[in-house]
Design a protein around this ligand. Structure first.
Ligand SMILES: [Zn+2]
Ligand SMILES: [Zn+2]
Length: 768
């Protein structure tokens, strides 16, 4: 199923919750990292059939698994993944999610195991209590708003509303940020905060689409409707069955009922009408809700502070461990699990109460396709008995749906999506039709951006179908140390770098701001964690102790069969700018014939004298004992200069000027006629100029005129070689002897001339 990914591809696969609600499980892949989001079961199926399509993906490649919240459609197959597959990644969830998960899944194991009216074979159980215990210990917990880094995958949990402990995850890999909403709610309710918008933007948004384009009625209206319909049912002696998921929204409904019962005690005939919650699990988890009151909204925290009592301990609501303790005499309100009416207490009560017209089934949660909760809303004539599908039970009871499912409606979702501002939106957790409608609505909402860089793409992938997005990855380098001071006045922390490759690369970084600041330093790329740091050379050790700066030095030694003064003379003729660092024989001071003659008298064939020269700033030549050593720091310019010097050193004893210079010393033997000593001393310089002039002729053609008047008149003080370029009104006078522009009235032309001169110098430097 998985295709080979290029380095710039981001891949998304829904192993579950693609065009459906249930068995949430998504895979993200980018830059060789694999993240799994949620591991749920499908409430409409049982056993292996309820699992996400785990066979379609190699779970052993998953680095981390993030669980958004404790609902079974997001978390119930986690022990299976951890204990029964080749998965070996790390698992994270928030503290409250883990606390509730423990109780919830134990209950899930019990409910789905044989003995609980189940038609399942024992082998069909997804996992055992032991699996649950073992996996539980391996689950790591995270706090909201703190960022965890696992080998370059950074993720941060944000409040998602929905249920206690529910988290959104913003995941960052190599600068690409993906936000996964999980199930989320933007409505402030009685106990939870609404979902947050993460402060950093996201490139990809994976968002739930449960309600598609539907609009929720205002919260107050729904509360009013709920209490009214319950009140009127019990007033007529009827029973109200509210199928709820054990934890989460049930607590919210209970807070509403508790408040209403307190305020309307008299209308309800004192405390004559009991409210029950048939969930031992919910009772056990009350301490979890108490523990995490600090993670709920201000309202509930204030209630807790003021009364010093747990707001989840209710006066008007009693817990039932099971139906054996329930005496079904008159009107009552019953909250019962499971929420989908598939089996268990809620189903038992449904079958018992649905034949009576005065009773009411009140659905407050989201009903998954294919479940009894969904079916009953069609108000069928009969329903099948859970234990025996051949038996049908007449349905005459009332059926109402008032949703308190904490999922966003279209308007809330759209507002949130606009705030996230991602250009790629992947829809999950929605039945095909609402999801499709949401996709169309989003596309039309963002249609004005079509064809612009901000164009919004919306995907509604089916299970196991890849969505591949290309991210070329604008890389952000973090500036550290000295370099920050360099650029601080422009207050730039993040620099955009076009392309970065290996472990270390010296780079010139261009900032994308209007005021461009160019800084240079060493770009250190941590391939594992995708961190890019820009540091100055001197800071490298401090920030990256594992790295050391190596400056590549080159050295070349050449035998020179001549005196050091000859070497000095040739090099200074060629480069002019020669700094003498050491000169024990003072050859650089008087490189004249007197000196040479004097040296001749001393007759030191192999002298210990040392001459050290620095040429063009960075190339060093050491002449000692007839050996010349050239040393330089690698670099384009230095390499070129060094090449020229080596060329000079290799030809120094055969050059005509050398012959002249050394004619009296005669310290070496070669076949040159001494008469050649008459040659112009400037021959190398002159030939260099000629080459450059040639280049100018080629470049400027007829626009270039050379003036060489009186050139040969006096060889000892040669006339400067000059040239003139005339292009329309633009005129430039060039002195080639001094290699400078005497005057030029056009900056572009001047720049062009300068670059030709510089190219020319490089080109001809080795020719002499
Ligand atoms: Zn949920
Ligand atoms: Zn869900």
């Amino acid at each position: 199923m998985s295709t080979q990914l290029s380095n710039t591809s981001f891949k998304f696969i829904a192993l579950g919750a693609g065009n459906e609600v249930g068995r949430s499980c998504h895979i993200l892949q980018y830059k060789g990292k694999t993240i799994m989001l949620d591991a749920g079961v499908h409430p409409a199926y049982q056993g292996m059939a309820s699992l996400p399509f785990y066979d379609d993906f190699d779970l052993s490649t998953v680095d981390i698994l993030l669980i958004s919240h404790f609902h079974l459609d997001h978390a119930a197959s986690l022990p299976y993944v951890m204990q029964r597959t080749n998965f070996k990644g790390r698992v994270f969830m928030t503290h409250p999610t883990k606390a509730i998960y423990r109780w919830l899944l134990r209950d899930f194991v019990r409910v789905t195991s044989i003995g609980e009216n189940s038609i399942l074979d024992k082998d069909d159980n997804l996992y055992t209590d032991e699996d649950l215990v073992e996996s539980f210990d391996k689950i790591e917990t995270i706090d909201y708003h703190s960022t965890v880094d696992v080998n370059g995958i950074k993720f941060t949990a944000f409040h998602a509303g929905h249920v206690l402990g529910a988290a959104m995850f913003q995941i960052e890999i190599a600068g690409l940020r993906v936000l996964f909403t999980g199930d989320y709610s933007r409505e402030l309710d009685r106990h939870l905060n609404s979902a947050e918008v993460p402060p950093l933007p996201s490139d990809v948004l994976i968002v739930e689409s449960t309600f598609g384009t539907a609009t929720h009625e205002p919260r107050l209206n729904r509360e009013k409707k709920l209490t009214q319909v319950i009140h009127s049912t019990v007033s007529k002696g009827g029973r109200v069955l509210m199928p709820v998921f054990a934890l989460g929204r049930a607590q919210e409904i209970m807070l509403i009922l508790e408040e209403y019962w307190t305020q309307h005690a008299e209308d309800l005939g004192g405390s004559q009408v009991p409210i029950y919650y048939a969930s031992d699990l919910a009772r056990k988890c009350m301490n979890v809700f108490q523990t995490y009151v600090n993670m709920m909204n201000d309202d509930i925290r204030k209630k807790f502070r003021d009364s010093q009592t747990n707001p989840f301990i209710f006066k008007h609501i009693s817990y039932l461990k099971n139906l054996d303790e329930f005496q079904d005499f008159g009107p009552s309100v019953m909250l019962a699990s499971p929420g989908m009416l598939q089996s268990g207490i809620s189903r038992e009560l449904l079958e018992k109460w649905c034949p009576e017209e005065k009773n009411l089934v009140l659905v407050t949660g989201y009903s998954v396709e294919g479940t009894m909760a969904k079916y009953i809303m069609l108000e069928p004539e009969t329903i099948p008995a859970a234990n025996n599908p051949d038996i049908t039970i007449p349905r005459r009871c009332q059926v109402e749906e008032i949703s308190f499912a904490a999922h966003v409606d279209f308007q809330e979702n759209l507002e949130f999506i606009e705030k996230i501002n991602a250009t790629n939106i992947i829809l999950v957790h929605g039945e095909s039709n609402p999801m499709g409608r949401l996709k169309s609505a989003l596309l039309s909402n963002f249609s004005s951006l079509k064809g612009t860089p901000g164009e919004v793409h919306v995907y509604n992938p089916r299970n196991s179908v890849d969505v591949v997005l290309e991210y070329k990855g604008i890389k952000i380098a973090r500036a550290l140390g000295n370099i920050v001071d360099e650029i601080q006045k422009d207050n730039i922390e993040n620099l955009k770098v076009e392309d970065v490759t290996k472990q270390e690369a010296a780079a010139e970084i261009k900032d994308a701001n209007e005021d461009e600041v160019i800084v240079s330093g060493i770009l250190v790329s941590d391939e594992k964690n995708f961190d890019l740091n820009l540091v100055s050379l001197t800071d490298l050790r401090e920030h990256h102790t594992e790295l050391s700066a190596t400056v590549l030095k080159e050295r070349q030694t050449i035998a020179v069969n001549c005196k050091p003064e000859l070497v000095y003379w040739h090099i200074s003729q060629m480069f002019g700018d020669v700094t003498v660092l050491e000169d024990s024989a003072n050859v650089s001071i008087k490189p004249d014939e007197t000196n040479i003659a004097k040296k001749e008298e001393e007759h030191a064939d192999i002298s210990d004298d040392i001459l050290v020269m620095q040429i063009m700033g960075d190339v060093q030549v050491t002449v000692k004992s007839n050996l010349a050593t050239v040393e330089w720091t690698q670099g384009l310019i230095n390499d070129t200069i060094a090449d020229s010097i080596v060329a000079i050193l290799m030809s120094v004893d055969s050059a005509p000027a050398s012959v002249k210079m050394s004619s009296k010393s005669c310290s070496h033997e070669h076949g040159h006629d001494h008469e050649e000593g008459e040659a112009d001393v400037d021959i190398t310089h002159a030939s260099k100029i000629q080459q450059i002039v040639k280049l100018f002729k080629e470049q400027f053609g007829e626009s270039f005129v050379l003036s060489l008047e009186d050139k040969k008149e006096d060889a000892k003080t040669p006339e400067a070689i000059k040239g003139k370029i005339t292009i329309g009104k633009n005129i430039a006078d060039i002195n080639f002897s001094e290699m400078r522009i005497e005057q030029c009235n056009s900056n572009p032309l001047k720049g062009r001339i300068e670059s030709i001169m510089s190219i020319g110098s490089d080109l001809v430097s080795t020719l002499c």
